[in-house]
Design a binder for this molecule. Sequence first.
Ligand code: V47
Length: 389
Amino acid sequence: MSLEFGGPLKHWNCNEGAMEGEVFMLNAGWYERLGLGEVYRKVHAGVRLDLNDGEKLLSCPDVVAVGALAHQVRTRLHGGTTYYVVNQHINYSNICINGCLFCAFGRVKGDSKAFQLSVEDVLNKMKEREHDPITEIHIVGGCHPDLPFSYYETILREIKALRPSILIKAFTAVEIAHLAKQAGATPGEVLLRLKSAGLDMLPGGGAEVFSPRVRSQLCPKKLSGEEWLTVTRQAHELGIRSNATMLYGHIETPRERLEHLDALRQLQDDTQGFVCFIPLPFQPANTRLEHIHPTTGVEDLRNMAVCRLMLDNIPHIKAYWVMLTVKLAQVALHFGADDLDGTVVEEKIGHMAGAESEQALTRVELERLIRDAGFNPMERNSFFQKLAT
Ligand code: V47
């Protein structure tokens, strides 16, 4: 038994708003026996974990013990609240020059499955949902070889004209660097122009695993990890906040995962620009890495917990139900995650790679999942500001 309840069982009710120390007491002796005594003491004292601590956690067979530490931290930060957003994903194109091995979404120009939306198509997708109380549009595509820069600016302007109150989270650091190259501008100039056209925030994609070893094998044409961090730093310095991701469960080592998390943590120390972190389990179907087994549920939960514990300065951790499945994302709320993402509406990147989750969830379904897990649902916007519903 790894948990010892510190008070009457009635305290164990996330809905009443968990109070620090009142939730449960973790059994120190059990952590000693797992070889996690020092990690346990650090987590309780709020001391930063180092990469060796992370390795111990990632190799710990007791996923509940690791999860309980992460839950302790998540509860300290967010009490009994779990966030969600009413959002819509739109992919403007899957045409991409990078050809990453893990990606089932990207296509070369001319491929029978390649697509490219006009500005009008993008707006029509929004108009189909005009009666939904959407607060966030999430827009990404590939690194397209020849769309003009004005296309991206016009999308942003027209979306804001159509629904001025919506926040636009669009274009990964990889796309920003690509647009800069195409336009003969610096990433900073591109970011400023997109910001004045209506860009509110960058999504966290394209980070994959920063390790040059991994990138040289899986995505040699893509922006390097170091460049991803540089573009993201620039965005933060220009007042554009962002999310961050890690694509795990392929060829990366535990150490490379932890180095990735540490690089994000160091950037966050400098900028405070990251809003949320999203661990993305690799979906192998229809990719050139189809021989790799998908991650298991226990691996996903352990990884989620370790991300929460290592990323001590990033406020929110998202259980992205699209890649995790709805059921595992719900359980992940007890393993460090405090956000379920959102309604999504139409998702392509994960589903083209075999994701078995639904295409969309309603607000009612999201709230039911959160309540059933023992938390209070809270609708948020892209910046995690609470919305009155
Ligand atoms: O950048 C690509 C990843 C990312 C696969 O910022 C794959 O709020 C799994 O970044 N299996 C796009 N993952 C998704 C993304 C995201 C999603 C939700 C919310 C936010 C946010 C960001 O998906 C890509 C890549 O890292 N990806 N192929 C695959 N086969």
